[in-house]
Design a protein around this ligand. Structure first.
Ligand SMILES: Nc1ncnc2c1ncn2[C@@H]1O[C@H](COP(=O)(O)OP(=O)(O)O)[C@@H](O)[C@H]1O
Ligand SMILES: [Mg+2]
Length: 392
């Protein structure tokens, strides 16, 4: 039977919302039920470690990607889910971030003793500790997979030591680091990290990020969130924060207390939850942009007014689709007794999108969204339209 790594999307759709717990939002080491859209990378790492396990040699692998893309969860999914299912091995995870040598060795030492069920000798002497660690690791009955997460300049040496030891004792290591430190530590001439393989984790597309956020919502929000809200969160993160799942999960963390209190999550709440990443202009900036693009352009103002009015009225609708907008504009044109030309609407929308007043969803170009509260755009559009009418 082929081994299944993550889960096909179908499983998510049929998955019952059973136990939800906010742990999935607040625990930085949380491993979700499925690691989505990483099948190829899991297959690679699984293949490498399977060979090393059965042929009895140690391998050292580096996993890297931009911060927030999911390097920690990737290594932890492999260590806590796949390794125990596949091999009879000890698994040791150590987050080395902001820890000094003594802290790291002491943690590794404690963990290897715990796995080997041996009492650990208490000491503050680094050399004694290192010897004790080496002895226990060497004499253990099982092979070990070590994960050292967040390696940087300060901890590269300790990783090198563990990697070298692993070669001697047929253990394996996974070093996890962000793209910046990866380049710094592996590409500069003076240094050379000891590793046999590397896995570069790619960023996600909007729809992949959507799947990840949706699964996390299912695992953490007892009432769920609407598809539109999830889509809106992911659109904002794809557009402004390099599709980092971390940022999306942080937004969920802000929304969670509101949902728990039974508040309806609308577009205003999502904007507040993603405010840190969105380069909000001042209200005056928007007025200026709209003022400039609408010079003598009545239609652009009408399109903007209709779009903003719709989103003001339906706060939980985070998008408006192009057809609905066309219909609303048509009605508005009749009301104001102006000629309705569909090409003009299309042109107006292109201008507004080009000027970053309106955005197209990466999910479907048919869906349009905005980042400022619609009230601001509405007021600007209406007042400028009136002024234009007066000038004529
Ligand atoms: N493929 C994925 N499937 C499910 N959750 C993911 C996936 N990739 C990332 N995540 C989630 O995104 C968040 C950030 O991931 P993390 O591993 O902490 O990022 P990094 O270590 O790269 O900064 C975590 O909540 C993680 O569980
Ligand atoms: Mg990490």
């Amino acid at each position: 039977m082929p081994f299944i790594y993550g889960s096909p999307d179908k499983c998510m759709i049929t998955m019952k919302r059973v136990d939800t717990s906010p742990k999935g939002l607040f625990d930085p080491y949380y491993v979700p039920k499925y690691l989505l859209h990483r099948d190829r990378d899991l297959e690679t790492i699984d293949g490498i470690y399977t060979d090393s396990y059965y042929d009895e040699y140690g391998v050292n692998c580096l996993v890297h990607g931009i911060t927030g893309v999911g390097s920690t969860v990737f290594s932890r999914y492999f260590l806590t889910r796949l390794v125990p299912e596949r091999f009879d091995a000890y698994t040791i995870y150590c987050d080395v971030k902001n820890k000094d040598l003594l802290e790291i060795i002491s943690e590794l030492n404690e963990k290897i003793h715990y796995e080997a069920k041996k009492p650990v000798t208490f000491t503050f002497d680094l050399d004694v500790m290192w010897l004790d660690f080496k002895r226990t690791a060497r004499s253990s009955s099982k092979r070990t997979v070590f994960v050292l997460d967040n390696i940087d300049e300060r901890s590269e040496e300790v990783y090198a030591k563990i990697a070298q030891l692993s070669k001697e004792i047929n253990a394996s290591t996974i070093g996890v680091l962000n793209s910046h430190d990866y380049r710094l530590l592996t590409k500069s001439h003076a240094r050379s990290m000891a590793y046999d393989f590397e896995i570069a984790l790619d960023t996600y597309t909007q729809s992949q990020l959507y799947d990840i956020v949706r699964l996390r919502v299912e695992e953490t929000f007892s009432q769920g969130l609407t598809d539109d809200i999830i889509r809106y969160i992911t659109d904002c993160v794809v557009e402004f924060d390099a599709s980092k799942p971390k940022t999306s999960i942080e937004a969920l963390r802000v929304l969670w207390p509101l949902a728990r209190k039974g508040k309806e999550i609308d577009s205003d709440a999502v904007r507040a939850a993603t405010a840190d990443i969105i380069p909000f202009g001042q209200d005056q900036d928007y007025l200026d942009i709209i003022d400039t693009i609408s010079m003598n352009d009545f239609m652009t103002l009408i399109v903007l007014e209709c779009l903003a009015e719709h989103l003001m009225r339906f706060k939980t609708e985070t998008y408006i689709d192009r057809n609905t907008l066309d219909e609303i504009v048509q009605i508005k044109c009749e009301e104001l007794d102006i000629r309705y030309v569909i090409d003009d609407i299309y042109r107006s929308l292109q201008t507004l999108i080009f000027q970053s007043v309106i955005f197209e969803s990466k999910h479907s170009r048919n869906l349009l969204y905005i980042l400022v509260p619609p009230e601001i755009l509405y007021d600007a559009a209406v007042s400028l339209r009136r002024e234009l009418a007066r000038r004529k």
